[in-house]
Ligand binder design. Structure first.
Ligand SMILES: NC(=O)c1ccc[n+]([C@@H]2O[C@H](COP(=O)([O-])OP(=O)(O)OC[C@H]3O[C@@H](n4cnc5c(N)ncnc54)[C@H](OP(=O)(O)O)[C@@H]3O)[C@@H](O)[C@H]2O)c1
Length: 248
């Protein structure tokens, strides 16, 4: 199968590219550093020539509602418009568990992306996954103020990005299915504990402050509304096992 991976250089995208290649598919990755800009619609037409399935794992690193909505509307429109012209038959999208319960920040963009895909011209599959184990590194990158890290009060059920990637390649192989069951990790965690354990393992010293803020997204994070519901698919590797498997 000829598969295009939008965002194939990202945290989950790298695993999607690797696994799809290991399974014998022809794979191209689409990202700005590879000459394809999905927001500006540059290089998309030629990148999608001959492609049958698009797996979209592109993303932006912002919690700003308008930036997020603009990003996911633009990237989805590019993939749909050029995908239709190129004869793409299946659009697989990675979304986030609970996007419908917290229409703010990044989640507002993901919700707009889901809507655009559901009402678009290409047959589709949407997989909602929880935060990756790797999310802890994104929090440390983005929420550090000098030696202090501000960690949202967040109940999550994290999963290995590699397992999410496997599920996305499975979905590409299965053909259009609409919404798949949510996918979460094997056990709930408190984000603050994940950060503490990560810092201990990597030998880094930070002052960790757990913070809450008003607003629908923050409320959803601390209330457990972003945990997968009963009947969700469950990943294998726990956060502790993922951490143990990493070089410190
Ligand atoms: N991280 C999580 O815990 C998590 C959990 C569930 C779902 N998700 C969703 O999964 C997706 C991937 O997340 P991630 O954490 O793997 O993202 P990431 O590491 O930030 O990777 C984003 C990818 O998108 C590409 N990209 C960004 N802007 C682009 C543009 N204008 N044109 C083309 N490519 C562009 C990036 O490459 P360039 O910068 O080179 O363009 C990169 O390959 C996101 O939609 C996210 O919302 C994430």
């Amino acid at each position: 199968m000829e598969i295009a991976v939008a965002g194939g250089t990202g945290i989950v995208g790298r695993h999607v590219v690797r696994i799809a290649k290991e399974r014998g598919h022809q794979v191209r990755s689409l990202s700005r550093r590879e000459g394809v800009d999905l927001v500006k619609a540059e290089g998309v037409g030629s990148a999608l020539k001959g492609v049958g399935t698009v797996i979209d794992v592109s993303g932006l690193r912002s919690m700003h509602t308008k930036k997020s909505v603009d990003f996911f509307m633009a990237t989805t429109e590019s993939l749909q418009q050029y995908g239709k012209a190129a004869g793409v038959q299946h659009h697989v999208v990675l979304s986030i568990v609970g996007v419908d319960k917290a229409p703010a920040g990044l989640y507002a963009g993901k919700q707009a992306q889901e809507e655009a895909v559901r009402h678009g011209d290409l047959p589709w599959t949407i997989l909602r996954a929880t935060q990756f184990h790797e999310f802890v590194e994104q929090v440390l990158d983005r929420a550090s103020l000098g030696p202090t890290v501000l960690v949202p009060r967040f109940k999550t059920q994290p999963i290995a990005a590699a397992e999410v990637a496997e599920a996305l390649v499975d979905a590409a192989e299965a053909g259009p299915q609409g919404f798949l069951p949510d996918l979460g990790g094997p056990r709930p965690e408190r984000l603050r504990d994940m950060v503490d354990k990560y810092l201990r393992k990597s030998g880094k010293k930070r002052l960790v402050l757990e913070v809450s803020a008003p607003g629908v997204l923050w409320k959803a994070m601390r209330s457990g509304a972003l945990l997968p519901a009963a009947g969700a698919a469950v990943g294998r590797q726990s956060f502790d096992e993922w951490l143990e498997s990493r070089e410190s």
